[in-house]
Design a protein around this ligand. Structure first.
Ligand code: GSH
Length: 228
């Protein structure tokens, strides 16, 4: 690899990878994309991310950066064009707070709601709605989280606009009801109509098939660990 080259190891259906790709494209950074098979991991992935063995993995000038939130921050500090995080330290701290909140209390919780059944599904579904209410409050009166343009928090929560509706369909649940969440619904439309976003989304029909299979696999795994 040449000295300044950027390489991204990813997976087509991963919301964590996609947020990094959006950031690279918004900033106009050239990169080489390498598709990984997470069910048959390449020696390169195992070498670059021996700790978690997950994508995304960013390699810049021979240095490896892991974890999508940290990759976004690294990109923002390295390529100053199209700033993602707010300039003010307090606003930056708040953006990180909401990013963590959305990841832990909405993404992972709605994923469990998708994969589980019965009481567990119901409990995680309710928790997802509660988290969505908090996010709705944050978006009130705003086009994007950061104001007039797409920023760090929009990229972090971008999955809500496109992955969540697929999870809702596959999991027969409705979290993002437009009547209850008008600001989030408006944000979702603004986000999805941005050219960089709308041209960089995985095919929906393939996602449905992928998540039908994946949610069943994870669901049985969760059920068997509970029994064991
Ligand atoms: N917290 C990580 C999550 C990354 C992640 O879970 N990646 C999944 C793909 S969606 C993966 O590589 N899974 C492989 C595995 O779990 O073995 C991030 O934000 O980068």
């Amino acid at each position: 690899m040449g000295s300044e080259e950027v390489k991204l190891l990813g997976l087509w259906v991963s919301p964590f990878v996609r947020r990094v790709e959006w950031a690279l494209k918004l900033k106009g950074v050239e990169y080489e994309y390498v598709e990984e098979d997470i069910f048959d991991k390449s020696p390169l992935l195992l070498e670059l991310n021996p700790v978690h063995k997950k994508v995304p993995v960013l390699v810049h000038a021979g240095k490896v950066v892991l974890e999508s939130f940290l990759i976004l921050e690294y990109l923002d500090e390295t390529w100053k064009q199209y700033p993602l995080l707010p300039q003010d330290p307090y606003d930056r701290a708040m953006a990180r707070f909401w990013a963590k909140f959305a990841e832990e209390e909405l993404l992972y919780v709605s994923w469990i709601a998708l994969c589980s059944q019965g009481d567990e599904k119901e409990r995680n579904f309710k928790l997802s709605i509660e988290a969505m209410e908090k996010i709705e409050g944050e978006l009130k009166g705003k086009k994007f989280f950061g104001g007039e343009t797409i920023g760090y928090l929009d990229l972090v929560m971008g999955w809500i606009s496109y992955w969540l509706p697929v999870w809702e369909e596959v999991g027969s649940m409705k979290i993002l009801d437009p009547q209850n969440f008008p600001s989030t619904t408006a944000w979702m439309n603004n986000f999805l109509s941005h050219p960089v976003i709308k041209d960089n989304l995985p095919p929906r029909d393939k996602m449905i098939v992928y998540f039908q299979k994946r949610s069943k696999e994870i669901g049985s795994l969760m059920a068997s660990t509970r029994k064991g």
